[in-house]
Design a protein around this ligand. Sequence first.
Ligand SMILES: NC(=O)c1ccc[n+]([C@@H]2O[C@H](COP(=O)([O-])OP(=O)(O)OC[C@H]3O[C@@H](n4cnc5c(N)ncnc54)[C@H](OP(=O)(O)O)[C@@H]3O)[C@@H](O)[C@H]2O)c1
Length: 252
Amino acid sequence: MGRFSVAGKTVLVTGAAKRLGRAFALDFASRGAHLAVHYRSSRKEAEIVVHEIVGKGGVAKAFRADLRVREEVEKMAEEVISWSAPRGLAAVVASASRFHKTPWETLSEQDWEEMIETNLTAVFRLARLFAPALVTNGSFITIGDWAAERPYRGFLPYCVSKAGVAALTKALAVELAPGIRANAVCPGTVLPPDSAKPEVIERIRGRTPLGRIGSPEDVAAAVRFLVEETDFATGTCLVIDGGRLVSDPGYG
Ligand SMILES: NC(=O)c1ccc[n+]([C@@H]2O[C@H](COP(=O)([O-])OP(=O)(O)OC[C@H]3O[C@@H](n4cnc5c(N)ncnc54)[C@H](OP(=O)(O)O)[C@@H]3O)[C@@H](O)[C@H]2O)c1
């Protein structure tokens, strides 16, 4: 048992129907948290996550919102906060995001707006709506990316949005202290997009000092550490990238 326990309290994970968000949700459920499983379009997958948690004796419910639509997020906030009573909200993990190639030559203002709204503005929106409901010593966790510091070529708005997330997390740590902590986990490649070619994955592996692609569980353990195991970290960014940041010159 860590210093702060999520058992019996609610954890909201955004983008929890699949991939990394799903891993965060299952990990916190295994620690006894009640899971608010957020999704936008992956309703079926979100229900599967809920069933998996409930099937193991846990507590979970799916909540839908398009995070780019303020009214939808406000409605979800009301629903999640009331569902989290009486034990309260232990943590919010803002994992939902967009990631796709936007080559410089064809980059449009629409690409920029979509990425910044989804990956940065929505995280700010979640912090504003949920921070007042977090229990003392609760956590607002953001998910950054090592590529905020070594931008991938062809992913300008994504990399800028994640640099913004790192800055937002530091600023939130200052604003929300001493009651609430705000920390980021910044993964390297863990789950490449389904469209990633095998040679791209091999190149990433070759550029990673630890010689492998990380697993969702590696990242989930880092999130859990910041929420439950330490209560003296705020405003930090825990890089979980197999050593890529310290050795790879970047460029994609
Ligand atoms: N995968 C990696 O290797 C990796 C590496 C570094 C950093 N990260 C970061 O880790 C986090 C999770 O990564 P991931 O690969 O699991 O993410 P992902 O599969 O790209 O996206 C997760 C979910 O975000 C949701 N989402 C997208 N736009 C949304 C919107 N407007 N409103 C609400 N939800 C929206 C989608 O939910 P629905 O399907 O329900 O629509 C999607 O399933 C992200 O912040 C990502 O940037 C991932």
